[in-house]
Design a protein around this ligand. Structure first.
Ligand code: FES
Ligand code: FES
Length: 170
C-alpha cells in the first residue's frame, strides 16, 4: 500500500505561505514533503487522490496559479506565494461549478477517484480556451486517466460545461 510522506520530528523545515482555495495558509514543511500529502494529510482535503504516484494518471491533479499540476510529484515548498485550488474550493457559496453540474448531468461523474482531477484539469482548459474542439479537449486531458469505464461521458460533460460557461459569460 502506498503511504504518504514520513515526517521526522528532528527534520529541518521550510516556512511556506500560500493560499488554498482562497484562504491563506502558513505552514512549516520538510524539504521532501509532497504537496499531495500536505493537502490531504495535514490540511484534510482528500479530494485529490494518490494513485500512480509518478505523474501519470492525473488523480492527484490540483491547480496552482490556475495550471494543473500533479500534487504527487510537486514538493510542498514549491507552492510558496502561489494560489492552490482543490476540488473542495470549486463550488461557490454552496453552488456547484458548471463543470461539476455537467459531470453529474451528463454521466461524467463515474467514480470519485479520477473525477476531482478530471474536473480541475477541465477547468484549466476552459479558462484558457472556452470553446475547445473535441480534439483539443482530448489532447489537453490526456494526462488524466480513467481505468474503469471510458471517456465518452467525461468528454460530453466537459463539452456541455463549456457551452454553459460560454452562455453564462456572453
Ligand atoms: S497520483 Fe499523481 S499523477 Fe497519478
Ligand atoms: S477511473 Fe474514475 S471513472 Fe474511470
Amino acid at each position: 500500500m502506498l503511504k504518504g510522506t514520513v515526517r521526522r520530528p528532528d527534520a529541518q523545515t521550510i516556512p511556506v505561505s500560500f493560499t488554498l482555495n482562497g484562504k491563506p495558509q502558513d505552514l512549516e514543511v520538510e524539504p521532501h514533503e509532497l504537496l499531495l500529502d500536505v493537502v490531504r494529510d495535514r490540511l484534510g482535503l482528500t479530494g485529490a487522490k494518490r494513485s500512480c504516484d509518478v505523474q501519470v494518471c492525473g488523480a492527484c491533479t490540483l491547480l496552482v496559479d490556475g495550471r494543473p499540476v500533479s500534487a504527487c510529484t510537486t514538493l510542498a515548498f514549491e507552492v510558496r506565494g502561489r494560489s492552490v485550488l482543490t476540488i473542495e474550493g470549486l463550488a461557490e457559496n454552496g453552488t456547484l461549478h458548471p463543470l461539476q453540474e455537467a459531470f453529474i448531468e451528463h454521466g461524467g461523474f463515474q467514480c470519485g477517484f479520477c473525477t476531482p482531477g478530471m474536473i480541475l484539469a477541465a477547468k484549466a482548459l476552459l479558462d484558457e480556451n472556452p470553446n475547445p474542439t473535441e480534439a483539443e479537449l482530448k489532447h489537453f486531458m490526456h494526462g488524466n486517466i480513467c481505468r474503469c469505464t471510458g471517456y465518452k461521458k467525461i468528454i460530453e460533460s466537459i463539452m456541455a460545461a463549456a457551452k454553459k460557461l460560454r452562455a453564462k459569460n456572453s
